[in-house]
Write a new protein. Structure first.
Length: 453
């Protein structure tokens, strides 16, 4: 039986993460409307997504350490407040550059939400109850990726793309009210040194290559404006890894990767979330710009994923807690890959019921089988004192994978999205999902708690 405080912890964790994840997906369906009003074409559309993911992916590691050192409740409060302010700035943006800058601020605040909320669950639940709680958390946060296009489509068609950001204010206010009522005992460290050098190297290491990938179609690989940030970013990433291995207080403790499930689980996360991110980004844009769907219709096209994940994710989370995550992490990505291959039947005009829906259903089933077991496998062997940074690393890996995949979208499809480019992307997504399943089969074992030195 769960206590009242445990139920409150679960609700707060779901709401805080849901806001951050929802904003990562709700914007996708609004991108064509944003581009029409503010200009900039595909490049601005990519930057509106990736500016958020760059700061989220780079700073989520520091946020994980902060949640361990200063307390999850305190960090959640700061993150929610900052996210609300940044959302208002996005809603009032009058230019593409201002919107991109505001999205970067949103990512910084969002980085404080996910690891703290998941760490609350890890520290408040144990055993089978923990697996079930993680299943509920992943069901709701996973649904946010899919319900985002639906909500965004409704807001864009009924009012304006600006409401996609302004609507964040209400759930943030509710979550802050609930956070104030949390009664959790946390160890707080008053002598903390933040790894600012690591954060700087991580931001440059991510930002440089992403800038090059997004802007390359416009300037070409030979232009200094492309290869200079690309090279600087690659060297910064290498310097980041060296720095983290030698500093006394790393924001990325490399010792975590000595845990087998953590290491292999993050490799699987990389390929699976790269595929999911680029698919979510392209499907809603393709349906609008090529298929002629309204923003709401494009969101409704993925509604079956929401329903299936809501019904099945907690169940698969509980089953993974009982039988181990390996089988589900193997089969789920393969089923999802089959769904994306079924979508290769899509032509213009788009026959939704015959050509798109079967693939959407398989995609939803595979995603439901994968997400909760994946989270349980990655964090199940991590000592509770590393719960914050462990969840931060896994979420950073997922966001960075999506960041790179979306930056590569133009390389995969070409500068103008058409049916052939969409099909190329579906094949790439299916391959990424299949690799994730293979990695899980080879590397994942039944979790057993291990201490991290």
């Amino acid at each position: 039986m769960t206590t009242k405080q445990q139920r409150l912890v679960l609700v707060v964790s779901i709401l805080a993460s849901f806001v951050a994840f929802l904003d990562g997906s709700v914007v996708n369906v609004a991108l064509p409307a944003i581009s029409r009003e503010l200009g900039g074409g595909l490049a601005v559309q990519q930057w509106v997504v990736d500016a958020y993911l760059i700061t989220l992916g780079a700073l989520i590691l520091i946020a994980g350490s902060l949640s361990d050192l200063f307390g999850r409740k305190h960090i959640l409060t700061i993150g929610l407040t900052g996210f609300g302010v940044a959302s208002v700035l996005c809603a009032v943006a009058q230019s593409g550059a201002f919107l991109v800058a505001a999205r970067a601020l949103q990512g910084m605040a969002g980085a404080l939400l996910v690891p703290s909320s998941l760490a609350l669950i890890i520290s408040s639940f144990s055993g089978a109850a923990q697996s079930k709680a993680i299943g509920s958390w992943t069901a709701w946060t996973g649904i946010s990726f899919i319900i985002g296009p639906l909500l965004g489509g409704f807001l864009v068609d009924a009012a304006s793309w600006r409401w996609v950001f302004a609507i964040n204010v209400l759930p943030i206010a509710v979550t802050l009210w609930l956070v104030a009522r949390l009664d959790v005992s946390e160890r707080v460290s008053e002598s903390t040194k933040v790894d600012l050098a690591g954060a700087f190297l991580c931001v440059v290491g991510l930002g440089g290559p992403v800038f090059a990938l997004i802007e390359q179609p416009k300037h070409g690989w030979g232009a200094p404006i492309i290869w200079v940030p690309l090279v600087a970013g690659i060297f910064s990433l290498a310097a980041f890894l060296w720095h983290e291995a030698h500093t006394k207080r790393p924001m990325l403790p490399l010792s975590l990767f000595r845990v087998r499930n953590f290491s292999f689980g993050n490799v699987a996360t990389t390929t699976i979330y790269a595929g999911l991110s680029v698919a979510s980004f392209l499907i809603v844009i393709f349906l609008q710009q090529v298929g002629g769907y309204t923003a709401l219709d494009a969101g409704l096209a993925l509604l079956p994923v929401t329903a299936i994940m809501f019904l099945l994710s907690p169940r698969f989370g509980a089953l993974a807690g009982r039988y181990g995550p390996r089988a589900f992490m193997t089969a789920g990505p393969l089923v999802g890959a089959g769904g994306f291959l079924l979508m290769l039947r899509v032509q213009v005009p788009v026959a939704y019921w015959a050509d798109l829906l079967p693939g959407v259903v398989f995609f939803a089933l595979g995603l439901s089988m994968t997400v909760a077991p994946l989270t349980s496998a990655v964090l199940g062997d991590i000592d509770t004192q590393h719960a914050g940074v462990g969840s931060a690393v896994n979420n950073a890996v997922a966001r960075i994978a999506g960041l790179i995949a979306i930056a590569l979208a133009g390389v995969i499809t070409g500068t103008h999205l058409d049916v052939a480019g969409f099909h190329h992307a579906l094949v790439v997504v299916a391959l990424l999902m299949a690799v994730g399943g293979a990695v899980s089969f080879i590397g994942i074992r039944h979790p057993k708690t291990q201490a991290i030195s």
